[in-house]
Write a protein that binds this ligand. Sequence first.
Ligand code: C2E
Ligand code: MG
Ligand code: MG
Ligand code: MG
Length: 294
Amino acid sequence: HAKQQGKAQYAIFKPIMHTQALERLEVESSLRKALEKQEFYLYYQPIISFKTSQLIGFEALLRWHHPTQGWISPATFIPIAEETGLIVSLGQWVLQEACHQISIWQSHFPFSEPLKVSVNISSFQLNQMDFVEQVKKVLEESKIKASQLNLEITETVIMNNIESTSFKLQCLQKLGVKISIDDFGTGYSSLNYLQQLPIDILKIDRSFVRRLESNPSEFQIIEAIIKLGNILGMETLAEGIETSEQYNLIQSLGVDYAQGFIFSKPLNKSLVEQTLYSLFQSSSLTWNFNDYVN
Ligand code: C2E
Ligand code: MG
Ligand code: MG
Ligand code: MG
């Protein structure tokens, strides 16, 4: 109790801005060391095909295990990594690690349909002059097929830098790498540009799916996004499916892929391996979610 009071007083006497600045400095300096100290981990969230109910691959999601503060969400540290420029080396590590891992899994579990991995790319990475070269190098080193790699980029990032981004995306497409627009519907996209860009998948933001049950007009919005995707020749993916109601509604709309807690939360390496092992034993990538969906 005394400790709590102490904290409260501390909060009163310390100007809030100052406290936040100190905390930030603290995070910043530990973030700098975290890569060397190998405190970062990738988690992998399954992506499932609606049509075949099969596992397609995973989205790699970054986690930071801080020595004293425990697990820190990417929502907290990615913005700081971006402001400090650390995101470039961190993002490079993510790309290498994800490709390396999928290559190992592919050789341990040689499914006839190669597993894919999606990697989130920050604007700061994409803006690197040699970004395409970096991707090429990682593909060569990991020996995965370019088509196994999917890069997730938010629409705002693409639209903010349309000239240079569209050139880079075209180069990546020539390599065979797939591109997704992440969190689609939350930023702003020029339909004019969308049509010209080599985008393979529209990832419909979780917020649309979340509002689906409470607000029926959301259904029509998602329907419109899917139609838009179809017209533009893109596949669609719905993020954040948690309930069987959401699952059924989304499925009825003809979305191609799904991702969400109803199938699986992001898994650590060893849980992915257990999952792949049991799928491989049954010689099928069919995702067993009958347990969840009724
Ligand atoms: P995102 O790329 O849109 O990733 C999806 C986020 O939604 C993940 O959060 C995932 O755990 C969460 N999610 C998936 N299904 C569900 C669901 O059914 N319900 C709920 N409530 N949440 C679900 P996470 O892992 O915390 O990542 C947050 C964001 O951080 C990501 O959003 C992405 O923008 C960013 N991020 C993560 N890893 C990286 C990375 O390696 N590089 C960059 N630049 N950004 C990353
Ligand atoms: Mg993503
Ligand atoms: Mg997303
Ligand atoms: Mg998101």
